[in-house]
Ligand binder design. Structure first.
Ligand code: C2E
Ligand code: MG
Ligand code: MG
Ligand code: MG
Length: 278
């Protein structure tokens, strides 16, 4: 019996562990297969101003799995990051988002509109990342001024000088940067000042209980003040109720994203929101 081993014995036949390992390797080979067979797609969630007008959207990847149906990113992004599959996947996301920007630029959408794309740390740290972004913009003909890349604070645990340099390289070409899930990481304020950022996104964890929890309200107030003094745009994420919206508005929050305004949806569904209300 494998289980009878001593302290330092590896228990090769632990059935739970084995099940987890084989589920993981199945998911990994499904991911590879899915990438080769075009099973990924983007949904888009609106970002609006305090009058509810559309400012832009965030592209959020989904996986149309042949057996499991539509799989959310929480179920495959972590594994994609561990296995490195995030590199080809992230590249596909960038290219698809740029193509969508062009479709929207050529349709009746005339007002300035940004599209945000999430970029994982591993993806950003590739030496050829800037070239990849510029290549996707060029190949599609998308306007770099309309593209925003969402980074997370975990990036600052890496070589910050390199991060700044890479951001500046893209910034010079017009690409904007947003710091996602702001407040959940450990970014030093001195770095924050040095990064060529355009936008902060207040993590939805602070928005959720902003009405009931004085600490969360204080954090939101602080982030808004910080954004103002650093001259950054700010978006509150995860706004689900009119109560939250009213409260955030009173604190001076200028832009919002959340189920209250719209869930992530296919491009054609989001397009209906482009048309001004009658
Ligand atoms: P995120 O970038 O912070 O995206 C916002 C997430 O919050 C989305 O989840 C969105 O559907 C969800 N959300 C928006 N409004 C609300 C709300 O009012 N209430 C609640 N409860 N949730 C709301 P989603 O699409 O499941 O994505 C989860 C995370 O997966 C994203 O968080 C992002 O970190 C990652 N992700 C998504 N797409 C990509 C991608 O293309 N590349 C990379 N590297 N990561 C991605
Ligand atoms: Mg995001
Ligand atoms: Mg976020
Ligand atoms: Mg997140």
């Amino acid at each position: 019996q494998a289980k009878a081993g001593g302290r330092n014995t590896v228990r090769f036949f632990d059935p739970d562990m084995q099940a987890a390992v084989s589920a993981r390797s199945e998911l990994e080979s499904d991911l590879r297969h899915g990438l080769q067979h075009g099973e990924f797609l983007l949904h888009y969630q609106p970002v609006v101003d305090s009058a509810g007008r559309l400012l832009g959207a965030e592209a959020l990847v989904r996986w149309q799995h042949p057996r499991r149906g539509l799989v959310p990113p929480s179920e495959f992004i972590p594994l994609a990051e561990q296995t490195g599959l995030i590199l080809p996947l992230g590249r596909w996301v960038l290219e698809a988002a740029c193509r969508q920007l062009v479709v929207w630029a050529q349709s009746a959408v005339t007002r300035p509109f940004f599209l945000s794309v999430n970029v994982s740390v591993r993806q950003f740290r590739q030496p050829e990342f800037a070239e990849q972004v510029l290549g996707a913009l060029q190949a599609s003909g998308a306007n770099p001024e309309r593209l925003k890349l969402e980074l997370t604070e975990s990036l600052m645990a890496t070589d910050v000088e390199e991060v700044i340099q890479r951001m500046e390289q893209l910034r010079e070409r017009g690409v904007g940067f947003s710091l996602d899930d702001f407040g959940t990481g450990y970014s030093s304020l001195s770095y924050l000042k040095r990064l060529p950022l355009e936008q902060l996104k207040i993590d939805r964890g602070f928005v959720r209980d902003v009405l009931a929890d004085a600490n969360d309200a204080a954090i939101v107030r602080t982030i808004l003040a910080l954004a103002q003094s650093l001259d950054l745009q700010v978006v509150a994420e995860g706004v689900e109720t009119t109560g939250q919206l009213e409260f955030l508005r009173r604190l001076g929050c200028p832009a919002f994203q959340g189920y209250l305004f719209g869930r992530p949806v296919p491009a054609t569904v989001l397009e209906r929101a482009f048309r001004p209300a009658p």
